[in-house]
Design a protein around this ligand. Structure first.
Ligand SMILES: Nc1ncnc2c1ncn2[C@@H]1O[C@H](COP(=O)(O)OP(=O)(O)OP(=O)(O)O)[C@@H](O)[C@H]1O
Ligand SMILES: [Mg+2]
Length: 237
C-alpha cells in the first residue's frame, strides 16, 4: 500500500508557548515525512511535544518556524478559509476524549462533516450508516454518546474522522482513555482501515506496544526527534 510519494512533510518545525514573560519550548526543530498509505506512530514521554506536533501538522495551530506541506500545499501560506477547507477535505482527527457532540446520535455525529461539506441529507445518512457498519456499530447508530461504551464512542469518532474520505488521519492518544483490550481493538480497527482504504495514519501514543504496530515509529523527546525506527513487529498488531 505504501507508495513513494510524501503526502505530508514537516521541515524544521519550532514552537514555543508564551507563558507571561516565559517562553516554553515545545518543539525545537522537528522534520519528518509521511508517505501515502503509511501508518506512523509518534511515541514519547509526557510533555515531549507529541500533541503540539499533531496540532501543527493538522493545521489546528501554527509553528513559530518551519514548513508544513500537505498533499503539495504549503499550509502556512494558506488563508484561514482555504486551510479550513483543506482540513475538512483532507484530514480526519481522532482525540483521546472522543469529542463527540453529546446531544447527537452516533449517526448524526458521523453525518455532520458531510452536512458541513454540503452533501445532501439522504446521501450523508447512507454514507454515515455504511461507515458505522464498517467500524462495527450497525446496531448502535441511534445511541447518543452517553449510551455508548468508551470503545464504541471512539469507533464513532473514527467513523466521523473517516467519513469525508480524508487522505490523512491524525489521532492523539486514541486509546488513552480505554482499557487495554478495547485499546487494542481500536488499534486493530485503525490498521484495518489503513490497509483497506490506504489512508495515511499518524497516531500519537505513549504505549510502546501500540507504537510498534506502525510502519515507522517517530521517537520524540524534549521537543526533538531522537530517532525514526522501523517497526520490529513486522507491521502486525
Ligand atoms: N497551551 C500551552 N501553553 C503553554 N505550554 C504548553 C501548552 N501546551 C503544551 N505546553 C507545553 O509544551 C510541552 C509539550 O506539550 P505537549 O502537549 O505537546 O506534550 P505531549 O507529548 O502531548 O504530552 P502528553 O503525553 O502528556 O499528552 C510541555 O512542556 C507542555 O507543558
Ligand atoms: Mg498530548
Amino acid at each position: 500500500m505504501i507508495s513513494m510519494k510524501a503526502l505530508l512533510e514537516a521541515h524544521d518545525i519550532k514552537k514555543a508557548y508564551r507563558m507571561g514573560k516565559l517562553l516554553v519550548p515545545a518543539l525545537r526543530g522537528v522534520s519528518f515525512e509521511a508517505k501515502e498509505g503509511e501508518f506512523l506512530t509518534i511515541f514519547g514521554p509526557s510533555g515531549s511535544g507529541k500533541s503540539t506536533l499533531l496540532h501543527l501538522i493538522g493545521g489546528l495551530d501554527r509553528p513559530d518556524e518551519g514548513e508544513i506541506i500537505i498533499d503539495g500545499f504549503n499550509i502556512l501560506e494558506m488563508s484561514g478559509d482555504k486551510l479550513a477547507e483543506l482540513r475538512l477535505t483532507k484530514i480526519g482527527f481522532v482525540f483521546q476524549f472522543f469529542n463527540l457532540l453529546p446531544r447527537l446520535t452516533a449517526l448524526r455525529n458521523v453525518e455532520l462533516p458531510l452536512t458541513i461539506a454540503g452533501v445532501p441529507e439522504k446521501e450523508a445518512m447512507e454514507r454515515a450508516k455504511e461507515m458505522l457498519t464498517l467500524v462495527g456499530l450497525e446496531t448502535r447508530m441511534n445511541h447518543k454518546p452517553t449510551e455508548l461504551s468508551g470503545g464504541e464512542q471512539q469507533r464513532v469518532a473514527i467513523a466521523r474522522a473517516l467519513i469525508n474520505n480524508p487522505k490523512i488521519v491524525l489521532a492523539d492518544e486514541p486509546t488513552g482513555n480505554l482499557d487495554t483490550k478495547t485499546g487494542w481493538e481500536i488499534v486493530q480497527l485503525m490498521k484495518k482501515l489503513n490497509e483497506e482504504k490506504g489512508q495515511t495514519f499518524i497516531v500519537v501514543t505513549h504505549d510502546p506496544q501500540i507504537a510498534e504496530t506502525a510502519d515507522h515509529i517517530i521517537h520524540i523527546k524534549d521537543g526533538l526527534i531522537e530517532a525514526i525506527k522501523e517497526a520490529p513487529r513486522g507491521n502486525k498488531p
